[in-house]
Design a protein around this ligand. Structure first.
Ligand code: EPZ
Length: 420
């Protein structure tokens, strides 16, 4: 296992964000819906992507991945099993369920384990697919599904915590080949869901309401191969915005879509950064030296993203006052709190709330990465802390950030990867 060794650093210059992991993953699953070749550009080279491609190959697809471009074709093997040994490492693979049902009328997908950020239910996925006529039962940790024919329905997909990104993806991918019209009410509106819908449209799907909470899909007989470019990763961009604030370094972020970051940029302004958007949509962050405390509530898009909660908490550990973070999406997503407190932060957690009392500085320590985004928060904390910080188990970070230590080193960070 690898670790990062990090020392206090000032950052400078510009960084280019990669393609979005969370847009690429469901789009890879959607290639099951056609037997024709799909070419997908700007795909980040990440562990989660490699896992998804391994499952795709086990389902009978040919895969070539070179310089960020994926070429996916079909082979005669038409398996419908997504094996536990691969699915258990990444929840997103559950979104093979919808396309397998739609195209092969049968699916056996391992249930995603829970993970460090809390329970990961799939009730909305199952509700939506059953509404389209699928027979689904759970047995031995697998979700077994089959359907002679999928028939369009009016489906309400809101759950106890609001909309669901991957449940929307699964039902959308099943509906595009269902007979008749499907209406998905309370669909997730994340840019990554919008990107999947645009990919499906390029394949010949009939979808209206893209980007809105109501999707209207008219089923078609078959879908074609297509060429598509993955949108920039807004969470990676937000992580560098947080890095700029935490280290009080002026940074320019290139290749991001500022329109996907409105709530994040607004929060950065409230904490004390001047933001300039360039003619090429580059984002220049100029933080003040005195970070102001703010209250943040994580919400579905376009609210503040839960995937940036940990990174912005690391910034608020250095604000001049008391901040409150309310986690409305994953109330247990606070594994980074005890680790930040080991770096002399002063954070109290109570249920879905974290109260952060800002301090002048953090102190370097040996800390443990846990979930993907909490690990990024520990890297940011290490870049600001006095002394040496070691972040262990950085394989968590490798799941979702392409060459993060190289990108930070190019910005002047004192960070290096070592064998643990
Ligand atoms: C996606 O996960 C993202 N993953 C997550 O990013 C992200 O945190 C999450 O959306 C929320 O934005 C990918 O896109 C691969 P949800 P997803 O279903 O779709 C509850 C990262 O770091 N829920 O939108 O699994 C659920 O418990 C990852 O890149 C149900 O109740 O999340 C949560 O409270 C972490 N029933 C809320 O909905 C269901 O059937 C939102 O979850 C499904 C979800």
């Amino acid at each position: 296992m690898d670790k990062f060794v990090i020392y206090q650093s000032k950052l400078f210059g510009s960084v280019r964000v990669s393609g979005s992991k969370n847009a690429a993953l469901p789009i890879i699953a959607a290639t099951i819906l056609t037997d024709e070749e799909c070419v997908i550009h700007n795909v980040p080279d990440l562990r989660d992507i490699q896992t998804m491609l391994a499952i795709l190959q086990s389902l009978g697809k040919s895969v070539e991945f070179k310089n960020g471009t994926l070429t996916i074709g079909s082979k005669p093997n038409k398996s419908f099993l997504a094996p536990y040994r691969l699915v258990k490492t990444m929840r997103a693979s559950f979104c093979f369920l919808g396309p397998l049902l739609a195209k092969r009328k049968k699916a056996k997908v391992a249930l995603p384990g829970g993970c460090i950020i809390g329970p990961r239910p799939v009730d909305l996925h199952i509700k939506g697919l059953r509404a389209l006529g699928a027979e689904i039962f759970i047995q031995n940790g697998y979700c077994h599904a089959q359907a002679k024919e999928l028939v369009g329905q009016h489906i309400y997909l809101g759950g106890a915590f609001g909309s669901s990104v991957l449940a929307t993806d699964n039902v959308l991918m099943a509906a595009v080949l269902a007979s008749g019209e499907t209406i998905i009410e309370y669909a997730a509106c994340e840019p990554e869901v919008e990107a999947l819908a645009l990919f499906l449209k390029k394949m010949g799907a009939d979808i209206n309401g893209i980007g809105s909470p109501v999707l209207r899909i008219k089923g078609v007989k078959s879908l074609f191969g297509c060429e598509f470019t993955i949108i920039p990763d807004r969470i990676e961009a937000g992580t560098f915005i947080a890095a700029s604030l935490a280290t009080r370094s002026k940074l320019t972020i290139e290749g991001a879509n500022p329109f996907h970051l409105t709530s994040v940029l607004e929060t950065a302004r409230r904490i004390g950064a001047k933001i300039n958007i360039g003619p090429d949509f580059s984002i220049e962050i100029n933080p003040t030296s005195n970070l102001k405390p703010v209250n943040i509530t994580t919400l579905a898009y376009p609210g503040f993203p839960t995937d940036l909660q940990a990174q912005f908490m690391a910034c608020l550990c250095l604000a001049s006052g008391i901040s409150l973070i309310t986690e409305k999406i994953y109330p247990d997503r606070f594994m980074h709190v005890p680790e930040l407190n080991r770096m002399d932060a002063s954070i109290q957690r109570s249920g879905p709330y974290a109260i952060i009392e800002g301090k002048d500085k953090l102190c370097g320590a040996e800390v443990m990465a846990s979930d993907l985004r909490a690990s990024a928060a520990l890297v940011l904390a290490g870049l600001t802390a006095e002394g040496k910080t070691q972040v262990l188990r950085v394989y968590h970070i490798d799941r979702g950030y392409e060459q993060i230590e190289h990108k930070f080193r190019k910005l002047g960070a004192k960070i290096k990867r070592e064998k643990q």
